[in-house]
Design a protein around this ligand. Structure first.
Ligand code: TRP
Length: 334
């Protein structure tokens, strides 16, 4: 029997420091789980990272570390294509062409641009503005069917869909119009200090987030300090009890237990016991990831091999699409 062609998934993450527990639960951990059912392409988005100032040596190191961390989180280069964005020139090349099918007005409406330009008022560069065009190129250059993105990237994906449709109707059908991939249990992890806000590594308060490479005692300490409420009851009620509910979400993601089971487990116990249990579940889940990360990062030859192979394969796919686009755009061929 002929096998149905697997759908292609593409996602990316910026190499701007160790991922948080939120990145892990909300994105990276799921990426590994998609590998058998989809054709997966995962990218470390270093080109996107320089839209805010980066120290070059740090960016280089963080890119390598991000690759090692993705591998440690379960991305298997035998199954998925793992590569670094700047190793595939076609992303930048397509980005230019697509920028001419993108309107100034639609880029001006991007909320992330507004937020980031307010935050980095001394460096509102053109790259920050055209960032979503590069992201569209990342996706369209592989004709990806599905893109797993968090809420903060939805608007960018919508733009990529619009640009693809516009190019297709302006020239002729060229790009697959990508759909968002909505994870079944798409858990959003909130800050431990202000549970109304998303967990973010750029938070000024280091107790607000857990990093994947945090030591066990730091993880325990941060959970012990996590903001809860004063009624002392472990009960899932995100509006009324955002702190406790966030900790329950984390615990549920770590242990597979549902909220009812967690409520029963901690009925009549204080938050102290509960927080310790959450911390221990996270420590247990992250221990093998951390060990794997250290092992992989030390194996330079392996890392390089994975990236060389990933780049070669990604370039082969992307170049084919780019040359089609160049022909359609009317660029003279030699
Ligand atoms: N912009 C994304 C982020 O900051 C990262 C990213 C870059 C991406 N290119 C992508 C995500 C393509 C999905 C698809 O989170």
């Amino acid at each position: 029997m002929e096998q149905e062609k697997k759908k292609r998934i593409l996602s990316g993450i910026q190499p701007t420091g160790t991922f948080t527990l939120g990145n892990y639960i909300g994105a990276v951990r799921n990426w590994g789980k998609l590998q058998d059912d989809y054709e997966c392409l995962y990218m470390v988005a270093d080109l996107h990272a320089i839209t805010v100032r980066q120290n070059p040596a740090d960016l280089r190191r963080m890119t390598r570390e991000a690759v090692a961390l993705l591998l440690a989180c379960g991305i298997d280069p035998e199954k998925s294509l793992l590569f670094v964005q700047s190793h595939v020139p076609a992303h930048s090349q397509l980005s230019w062409v697509l920028s001419c099918s993108t309107q100034f007005g639609e880029l001006s409406r991007m909320t992330q641009f507004k937020d980031k330009s307010a935050k980095h008022a001394d460096n509102v560069n053109a790259g920050l503005f055209t960032y979503p065009v590069l992201m569209a190129a990342d996706i369209l250059v592989y004709n990806a069917d599905l893109v797993p993105v968090g809420a903060d990237q939805k608007q960018h994906l919508e733009l990529a869909r619009n640009v693809a449709q516009r190019f297709n109707s302006q020239y002729s059908p060229t790009f697959t119009v990508p759909d968002p991939y909505i994870a079944k249990a798409g858990a959003k992890i909130m800050s431990l200090a202000e549970p109304e806000k998303k967990m973010s590594k750029s938070d000024e308060n280091a107790n607000a987030f857990i990093l994947l490479l945090d030591e066990p005692d730091a993880i325990l300490r941060k959970f012990k300090r996590a903001v809860t409420d004063s009624d002392g009851e472990v009960r899932y009620a995100p509006e009324e009890k955002p702190g406790v509910s966030n900790l329950m979400t984390i615990y549920s993601c770590m242990t597979g237990k549902d909220f009812a089971a967690i409520e029963a487990e901690f009925a009549g116990k204080g938050y102290g016991d509960f927080k310790t249990a959450v911390a221990e579940s996270v420590i247990a889940e992250l221990a093998p990831v951390q060990a794997e990360y250290k092992r992989i990062l030390a194996d330079k030859a392996y890392l390089e091999g994975v990236l060389k192979e990933g780049a070669a394969h990604a370039n082969a796919i992307a170049d084919r699409v780019l040359s089609k686009v160049y022909r359609k755009a009317g660029f003279m061929q030699l």
